[in-house]
Design a protein around this ligand. Structure first.
Ligand code: TGC
Ligand code: FAD
Length: 387
């Protein structure tokens, strides 16, 4: 059998039948429903909301959660879903990450039985869209410093403050909101339409354009006292949600990286310069070989993390190493492909520049590249260098 450029070490050649079916199903969904309009959607800053229920029907939302209408898949299958969505566009994977690993997981892990029964089946079906509000204008890498405050007043919680850079905010039916209380940081469920709650869109993004991003504003926002996530006791619970989403990113970004490598290979075999295909020049082959090698290593990292997570042995610093490493690989592949395509590389007629612009956000969100290096550094030395 030939060696696949995007899986040089055959890491993904041992999937079981169900994992192969999942991969093919998501690939087909992305190819038929998402890709035909991505260039226009990216230019217009449009997220195709009409696809959400279809994603729900396919079991792609909350797919590694068990019960409550969720598919209960294994961690490799979850990773494959993220990878195939991000092969299409990081914005599509972002939607699924936030819905599944941040919003649904928060309710799944820290909500009451009533909250789980009420929200999770609707969210798995794509009938209720979630967002996750942790970042504030003055507290990005250091969310524990947040100022948003929730105060208990009789039968209600009253929330004041703001969150920013929140994926899905303008289209969300429900927001998971982290706020200071008299007893530390707790999580809350704020439903669309709550008095004093608004979710304006952030405009002029040059990255993740086919994804909706907004702010959350709370002006004496009143929610029922039951809308607290009762098992939350501090910032640690928000960080536990991030572990889930960061794990998905480890797989997801490889989809974008592989799409770039395929684009670079096709292009360099066709494009003639100095009377020869670009693919015949040593410098070009070196770039292709480095991309393929880094993707092969990234695939092994992803699969090893999935194994650890499946066996419930994974540690946050291991996920940080994977997120930092694989996002860097994907961004490097996108930039290299952009370079290899010359002037065509900056055109939306090709895919690499869109992936590259998207990956600049992925490099920053869910913990910046440097923050993840510092988390690994803390693990190695026992010294936290954040402060
Ligand atoms: P620190 O004092 O180190 O820890 C506080 C407590 O939390 C525990 N802990 C964790 N637990 C589970 N998972 C993790 N990843 C954990 N990290 C820390 C820790 O053991 C401790 O527990 P205990 O029992 O001793 O109380 O916390 P810190 O406040 O100093 O923070 C450290 C730091 C910088 C690593 C953390 O704040 C961090 O990760 N910052 C990055 C912020 C971030 O990633 N924000 C993401 C926002 S969501 C988003 O970007 C969505 S993008 C979505 C998309 O479109 O895909
Ligand atoms: P800052 O924390 O100000 O960091 C700026 C720079 O300083 C970075 O290079 C950083 O690495 C560096 N730095 C910071 N602290 C240190 C330190 N101690 N030592 C060394 N260097 C340091 N947040 C949510 O809560 N929910 C979402 O759904 C969400 N979606 C997002 C979608 C998009 C498109 C984007 C771009 C962001 C999103 N975010 C979301 C916010 C994201 O998580 C934050 O942007 C991220 O955590 C970084 O925070 P910041 O932007 O405030 O950067």
């Amino acid at each position: 059998m030939d060696i696949l450029a995007t899986d040089f070490l055959d890491a993904f050649q041992e999937l079981d039948d169900s994992q192969i079916l999942i991969k093919e199903t998501v690939q087909k969904f992305v190819k038929n429903n998402f890709l035909p309009n991505i260039t226009d959607n990216f230019e217009k800053g449009h997220f195709p909301k009409e696809l959400i229920k279809e994603m729900g029907k396919l079991g792609l939302l909350g797919s590694n959660l068990h019960g409550y209408g969720c598919a209960g898949l294994d961690e490799i299958s979850y990773g494959i879903i993220m990878k195939e969505l991000e092969r299409g566009d990081s914005g599509l994977r972002s939607f699924a990450s936030v819905q599944s690993s941040l919003a649904m997981y928060a309710i799944y892990a820290f909500g009451s039985e009533e909250q789980k029964k009420y929200f999770l089946p609707k969210m798995a079906a794509g009938e209720c869209i979630g967002c996750f509000g942790l970042t504030e204008p003055d507290f990005g890498s250091d969310p524990a410093g947040m100022k948003t405050f929730a105060k208990k007043e009789g039968e209600h919680w009253v929330i004041n403050g703001s969150k920013t850079w929140i994926t899905n905010a303008p289209i969300a039916d429900i927001a998971i909101v982290w706020a200071q209380t008299e007893n530390g940081i707790r999580g809350f469920l704020v439903e669309k339409g709550a008095k004093g709650f608004s979710t304006p869109e952030i405009h002029h993004k040059l990255s993740l354009r086919a994804s909706k991003t907004g702010s959350l504003f709370f002006d004496n926002c009143k929610i029922p006292k039951e809308n607290i996530l009762e098992k939350t006791v501090g910032i640690k619970n928000a960080l536990m949600c991030l572990n889930q989403a960061r794990f998905g990113i480890v797989f997801g970004v490889l989809g974008a990286a592989e799409d770039c490598l395929n684009e670079a290979l096709n292009y360099t075999k066709e494009r003639i310069m100095f009377k020869k295909p670009l693919a015949s020049f040593q410098l070009i082959q070196r770039k292709l070989a480095i991309m393929s090698t880094e993707i092969a290593k990234g695939n092994l990292v992803a699969l090893q993390l999935a194994k650890l997570k499946q066996n419930k042995k994974i540690k946050p610093a291991q996920i940080s190493m994977g997120k930092q490493n694989n996002v860097q690989i994907a961004l490097d592949c996108a930039r290299t492909t952009r370079d290899i395509l010359g002037a065509n590389g900056i055109s939306g007629e090709y895919r690499c520049m869109r992936h590259m612009c998207n990956l600049e956000s992925v490099y920053t969100y869910e913990g910046t590249n440097d923050i993840h290096l510092l988390i690994v550094g803390q693990q190695l030395t026992g010294i936290a260098a954040f402060e």
